[in-house]
Design a binder for this molecule. Structure first.
Ligand SMILES: Nc1nc2c(ncn2[C@@H]2O[C@H](COP(=O)(O)OP(=O)(O)O)[C@@H](O)[C@H]2O)c(=O)[nH]1
Ligand SMILES: [Mg+2]
Ligand SMILES: [Zn+2]
Length: 355
């Protein structure tokens, strides 16, 4: 089997990222990772590769270094036929969420996606706050965000729902889709054209896998079956997977993420709330706290109803979250730096201890 890596986005610039270090190794794209084993799609077809020691060492210091679905890696076949993923090529875009642990490290949800789709069901009703949060993460990733409102076949007034969502997604295309009926699929197709990768981010049950299947034209992902008794979706096996689309590019289906914690997503947040950020620049004082200051454009917009209180509160909450994470990160970096100097000083003393 041979596979055209260009359809997955391999290009001249990735080619240049290969160095003498990679001599003899072949490039491929990680389609999934299970318990430390990567499935890598190479020009000769898929191979299963374990992760090389150097990559694991880097990952011990920062888990973000671990290969993830969507990564381009180099794979090496050893004389004893073992196959290892030797190097993760520099990522162009990275969708990172905060892990649940208390050390606030990051977990990569998707790598090298061109478009980050925030997938939210229209039915019963979209969770606006979640869309705002996911959009901040999507902007921060470096990919171009898009909102896909799924199950529009089940909504009474899809256009109205899409319209109200557009108000919280400034500068972002909002597309109503029904994977079941086919609505909106033509608008999604360009995002999975040859060479392009669309990442799907959204809660479990949003219809992500059904959408992947509709785009692929085959049952490539297991979807949730509704239990007749309570109408709730059952949990399917959840893993991140890059799925090549026949005649096109690829989709990266993430397991349902109900909530994402933001890390240092200050820029992403400013993009996701461009309307609010813009308003704030019109305040009389540059350092306006948007409290009781005279000439505050934010308060004026809240009073007139131009800026909904819900959106303002959402922005403040996410700002606080990001500021907190950035303080923690700075404290962690400072501690690591202190430990490094302590070690260096100790080694230095050790070497110069009089005999
Ligand atoms: N009405 C309607 N239901 C859908 C649509 N797409 C998916 N569903 C249903 O939503 C449930 C969850 O779908 P699934 O694709 O597994 O969601 P995932 O967890 O995001 O991958 C399943 O019962 C699907 O049948 C759609 O376009 N319209
Ligand atoms: Mg799924
Ligand atoms: Zn103000």
């Amino acid at each position: 089997m041979t596979f055209d890596l260009a359809s997955l986005g391999w290009d001249a610039s990735y080619d240049r990222a290969l160095t003498t270090v990679d001599a003899g190794d072949r490039p491929g794209r990680v389609t999934r990772v299970d318990r430390g084993v990567c499935t890598v799609l190479t020009a000769d077809g898929p191979v299963r590769a374990s992760i090389a020691g150097a990559v694991l060492t880097a990952a011990a210091a920062d888990p973000v270094a671990l290969p993830c679905a969507g990564d381009w890696v180099t794979v090496r076949r050893w004389p004893d036929q073992r196959i290892t993923a030797q190097r993760v090529l520099p990522r162009r875009t990275t969708l990172v969420r905060r892990t649940a642990g208390k050390d606030s490290s990051g977990q990569v949800l998707a790598a090298n996606i061109d478009t980050a789709a925030v997938v939210e069901p229209m039915h019963p009703a979209p969770d606006v706050g979640r869309v705002e949060r996911f959009l901040a993460l999507a902007w921060e990733s470096g990919a171009a965000p898009v909102v896909l409102l799924t199950k529009c076949d089940a909504a009474a007034d899809p256009a109205a729902v899409a319209g109200s969502l557009a108000a919280v997604a400034p500068g972002v295309p909002v597309i109503a889709v029904s994977a079941q009926r086919g609505d909106g699929l033509a608008q999604v197709r360009p995002y999975v054209a040859a060479g392009r990768t669309l990442g799907l981010l959204g809660p479990s049950g949003a219809g992500k896998s059904t959408l992947v299947n509709a785009l692929a034209g085959a049952e490539v992902m297991g979807t949730q079956q509704i239990r007749r008794v309570d109408g709730k979706g059952r949990h399917t096996t959840t893993y991140r997977a890059l799925i090549p689309i026949p005649g096109g590019g690829a989709v990266l289906d993430t397991p349902g993420v109900r909530a994402v914690g933001l890390l240092d997503a200050a820029d992403g947040l400013d993009e996701a709330f461009a309307d609010v950020a813009q308003l704030a620049t019109a305040c009389r004082f540059a350092d306006c706290g948007h409290g009781t200051e005279p000439g505050c454009a934010v308060r004026a917009a809240l009073d007139s109803g131009e800026l909904p209180v819900r959106r303002w509160e959402s922005w403040q909450r996410l700002q606080r979250e990001v500021a907190y994470e950035m303080r923690r990160r700075d404290a962690r970096l400072a501690a690591a730096e202190r430990a490094k100097w302590k070690r260096i000083t100790k080694e230095h003393r050790g070497r110069h201890r009089p005999a």
